[in-house]
Design a protein around this ligand. Structure first.
Ligand code: CP3
Length: 368
């Protein structure tokens, strides 16, 4: 049951496993920490049962449901971090756009942005506490209920990824509508990216105030851009977010590690490693050793096993994990998949992945 105490972001239970936070800061650990993107998801029967018949965004707006879904994977597997159950598209909603989750189709905007004039439909000043207070409540409640077992990660979509959804109106192969804006309406594009950045900064600070112990920024659509467009329309905003969030947190004497995950953005790896994030997340298209070389030991790395490797037999998963650990090394490294888990994956394979990371990394660290 939810109690009054659970509603306040104070007196949180003490953290017992800070392996993830130490690895994010590049410190020595006893084992390599591990978590999975989409660890709270449809591959778990208990998740499907909790979500059955309920609207996706209504679930996101119900703190007790978000808390339960966040905790479910922790009851099964010894993950070293939890990520709050929510969605990146709650930010466009907070800015005044309608977004629905359509079964079999994914997120859908009935009225996407078409032309620069449509920016007038967005809220000029977003009251983040009012519009997204339900996420903050979910984070605070979860920090109490997680009982200090592992740190809780908050997250947001990055400006370019959210802009592309707001213009495409949903998933897309080419993202040509959103990219059309970059080439035809660069000023309006920058205006929208700036508006998103302002909301995101407030949103991330609100998540930390509510109890988030680390923050991940998802630039899921980095691969749609090339290096030139990424440098103009994505990177400056990613940097601005980290800089502004960190400056504000510093004033309050807080230090919260930040992770940037630019899917298929390997062309930008050098730049990403110099963007004020402690951790750079990687998809599976980059080799661990070359990622280390290109980031020059400046950041911790997170990733990057191909999620589909979880379809392999358990022994093979263990071998793949071992190679991955040898490639990254055990220091300044957080094991994860290169993208989220898929609904048809076997929970047992996820367990095998987590176990392989812990077992192999403990051995490697002992032998050092
Ligand atoms: C692009 C993106 C979205 N949402 C998110 C991203 C960035 C990460 C990425 O690149 O995948 C981020 C996200 N979405 C969700 C989380 C929760 C935490 C976790 O990772 O466990 C996180 C971190 C829950 C969710 N978000 C969604 C689900 C599945 C739908 C459901 O539960 O009914 C979950 C568990 C829905 C969603 N939401 C979105 C998509 C494309 C989908 C899939 C639609 C589908 O497959 O039908 C937008």
């Amino acid at each position: 049951m939810e109690t009054d105490r659970d509603c306040y972001p104070k007196d949180f239970p003490q953290l017992q496993n800070d392996t993830f936070l130490r690895a994010a800061r590049g410190e020595e650990t006893e084992h390599v920490p591990v978590w999975c993107m989409r660890q709270a998801g449809r591959y778990l029967p208990e998740f499907r049962e909790s979500r059955a018949g309920k609207d996706f965004f209504e679930t996101c707006q119900t703190p007790a449901a978000c808390c339960e879904l966040t905790l479910q994977p922790l009851r099964r597997f010894p993950f070293d971090a939890a990520i709050i159950f929510s969605d990146i598209l709650v930010v466009p909603q907070a800015m005044g756009m309608d977004v629905q989750m359509v079964a079999g189709k994914g997120p859908t905007f009935p009225e996407p942005l078409k032309e620069p004039e449509d920016l007038q439909r967005l809220r000029v000043k977003v009251d983040v506490g009012k519009e997204l207070g339900y996420v903050f409540k979910a984070i605070t409640l979860t920090r109490h209920k997680i009982e200090g077992k592992v740190p809780l990660i908050g997250f947001t979509g990055a400006p370019w990824t959210l802009m592309s959804y707001m213009i495409e109106g949903g998933g897309s192969n080419t993202h040509s509508k959103a990219k059309r804006w970059l080439y035809r309406h660069p000023e309006a594009s920058h205006m929208l990216l700036r508006m998103l950045t302002d909301v995101i900064v407030e949103y991330l600070l609100g998540q930390v105030a509510a109890g988030a112990q680390a923050l991940q920024v998802f630039e899921s659509h980095a691969g749609i851009l090339g290096p030139v467009e990424f440098k103009e329309f994505a990177l400056p905003y990613l940097r601005d977010i980290a800089r502004r969030v960190k400056d504000k947190l510093k004033e309050a004497g807080q230090d919260v590690p930040m992770i940037v995950f630019a899917k298929d953005g390997h062309y930008a790896l050098e730049d990403l490693s110099q963007s004020h994030y402690e951790v750079v997340g990687l998809d599976w298209t980059i080799d661990p050793q070359s990622a280390r070389e290109r980031t020059g030991g400046k950041v911790s790395l997170q990733g990057n096993m191909d999620p589909c490797a979880l379809y392999a037999p358990k022994e093979r998963i263990s071998d793949i994990v071992k190679k991955m650990l040898e490639g990254f090394g055990t220091r300044a490294y957080i094991a994860n998949l290169g993208h989220g888990l898929y609904p048809d994956m076997d929970p047992e394979s996820v367990g095998a992945f987590v176990e392989a990371v812990h077992t192999h990394s403990r051995q490697m660290i002992k032998q050092k």
